[in-house]
Design a protein around this ligand. Structure first.
Ligand code: GUN
Length: 293
């Protein structure tokens, strides 16, 4: 059984990008620049955005953070998006979600110029992904593809069961794993809350991607010997055994599932740390004009 080290893989990717940025700087090229918009004071969002900006600095990207109170109107936010769409310094930008209730996520996402949508949330980029065209794949699915690739996990002809059909993970993962590409070429079963025979389907899976958001949902009696298990869940629960008083649980009951697996991602330290690497890879692609020529 191999435990997939997302933290180490993410650091490797960041080091590779940092080297490329050095080469760009040395040759007088444009330094990649990521901008982020943060609305309100949500604790989780603040932490995520701060870490994105810090990582940009570490690897040599330019970055800017635009903060607004949660009283900002939708119209004001759309004006800021237009400004970033037209700012030649900014190669890509993200609007940290969730947004306050009076602002439509969909309207905001659709206003981002697809060529600067390094989150890969714009319908154009989602459509391009489904058509196997050059695009920005969103952070979590892209991170999972990187882990499969870097651990040289065979996917062609395998049966991949995806649990959960969210727009940001389950649904795109099901499309990506079925693409005529590597990683891909799987026979995919996309399962969800209305699926009747989930255990039976999971027991047939060579690869399981658990992205339903229920702590320790996937148990050993649902996994066949030698399977590859990718755990996308993160549920925070109170714990008296940790210093912080909190413990993170995945969607997989790790201790009992891991011994049956060929490969498994832990929580924390599996898929989670890969999301920042994905965002940086997308920003680098944006600065090179590698997606929209
Ligand atoms: N909120 C939680 N995850 C994400 C993400 O990947 N991108 C953005 N913009 N907001 C998020």
């Amino acid at each position: 059984m191999i435990i997939i080290d997302g933290k180490k893989t993410s650091e490797e990717i960041q080091n590779e990008i940092a080297k490329e940025v050095e080469a760009i700087k040395a040759s007088g090229g444009k330094v990649p620049h990521l901008a982020a918009i943060l609305v309100g004071n949500d604790g989780g969002s603040e932490t995520y955005v701060a870490s994105k900006v810090k990582t940009c600095e570490k690897i040599g990207f330019g970055s800017s953070l635009f903060r607004y109170p949660d009283t900002i109107t939708e119209a004001e936010l759309l004006i800021k998006i237009d400004e970033l769409n037209n700012d030649p310094v900014v190669d890509g930008f993200i609007i940290q979600l969730p947004l306050p209730k009076h602002i439509s996520d969909q309207k905001v996402i659709e206003r981002i110029a697809p060529k600067k949508d390094v989150d890969g949330f714009h319908p154009s980029n989602v459509g391009r992904m489904a058509l196997n065209m050059p695009t920005y794949i969103s952070a979590t699915p892209y991170g999972i593809l990187q882990l499969l690739e870097r651990y040289k996990i065979e996917t062609s002809g395998k049966h991949c069961v995806v649990i959960g059909r969210s727009n940001i993970v389950g649904s795109p993962m099901s499309i990506l794993m079925a693409r005529n590409a590597y990683p891909g070429n799987c026979t995919v079963t996309l399962t969800h809350s209305k699926t009747k025979n989930l255990q039976e389907l999971c027991l047939q899976a060579d690869i399981i991607i658990a992205a339903l958001g229920k702590a320790e949902f996937l148990t050993a009696d649902m996994v066949k010997q030698g399977a590859v298990v990718i755990d996308v869940g993160i549920t925070r629960i109170k714990s008296d055994k940790t210093k912080s008083g909190w413990k993170l649980l995945g969607d997989v009951k790790f201790d009992e599932v891991a011994p049956k697996c060929a490969f498994i991602t832990p929580v924390p330290g599996g898929v989670g740390p890969m999301t920042i690497a994905s965002l940086l890879m997308n920003t680098l692609k944006a600065s090179k004009g590698a997606v929209y020529k």
